[in-house]
Design a protein around this ligand. Structure first.
Ligand code: IPE
Ligand code: IPE
Ligand code: MG
Length: 233
């Protein structure tokens, strides 16, 4: 139980393939993935993980067939409606990271409500990356920093990693220690580009809906054996 990663990032991938193998529509895979997230939150919270950032919808995922995007938005909305009740007992806090502007008013309002009602939770933070892109996050930080320079709040020479990093969605959370990608793909797909600088990686061939406590435990045990040198010797 020592050296539990403070902040874990998960690319919740493989829902579509999970469904296809069962002869189910892709939307059934997304539903199974959402159900699995709940179980994973319980496990991570129980072992002392402080923050879990999960990639639920990327800035690139809008390019999927409209039917699938609609199903994902419906699933997101119904998930948000359950947050208040689910999180209360678990003392969890919800945070949403990503550009909310393209979401419907209904979803935007549900996000605000879910974040507000869970704000007192001082247990694990579930940070859901929604319409999130690592590049978009960095461009957004650059824009805000440029505005600060323009407003005379800071001079270009004063911009450093700390200053710039404060504009990342995860600035209030611990450093990301471990990034996990189920489903067999070995790429970041625009997830946590800034935060991944010194995160450890773990890949698994298991599709996200089948990724269980024991798989998370395996990833964490492997993480604990690693020698993180951060450039030192
Ligand atoms: C991840 O599962 C969920 C989202 C991207 C919304 P996928 O839908 O990418 O599943 P695969 O990769 O097609 O199996
Ligand atoms: C990354 O998965 C995004 C999410 C899991 C939400 P994708 O399935 O969209 O990524 P690619 O297309 O395999 O890179
Ligand atoms: Mg995928």
């Amino acid at each position: 139980m020592s050296r539990i990663p403070a902040h874990i990032g998960v690319i919740m991938d493989g829902n579509g393939r999970w469904a296809k193998r069962r002869g189910l529509p892709r939307s059934a895979g997304h539903k199974a993935g959402a159900d699995n997230l709940e179980k994973m939150c319980d496990y991570c919270g129980s072992i002392g993980v402080k923050a879990l950032t999960v990639y639920a919808f990327s800035t690139e995922n809008w390019s999927r067939p409209q039917k699938e995007v609609d199903a994902l938005m419906d699933l997101l909305y119904s998930y948000l409606l359950t947050v208040e009740e689910k999180f209360k007992n678990r003392n969890m806090r919800l945070q949403i990271s990503g550009d909310r502007t393209p979401f419907s008013d209904k979803i935007k309002a549900a996000i605000i409500h879910a974040e507000e009602v869970t704000a007192p939770g001082d247990g694990m933070v579930l940070n859901i990356a929604l319409n999130y892109g690592g590049r978009d996050e960095i461009v957004r930080a650059a824009r805000k920093t440029a505005e600060d320079v323009k407003a005379g709040k800071i001079s270009p020479d004063d911009i450093d990693e700390d200053y710039f990093g404060k504009y990342m969605y995860t600035a209030n959370l611990p450093e990301v220690d471990l990034i996990i990608r189920p489903s067999g793909e070995k790429r970041l797909s625009n997830f946590l580009l800034w935060q991944a600088a010194y995160a450890e990686f773990w890949y698994s061939d298991i599709c996200w809906p089948d990724f269980k406590d024991k798989d998370m435990e395996r990833a964490i045990i492997d993480f604990q054996k690693r020698d993180r040198r951060f450039g030192n010797v």
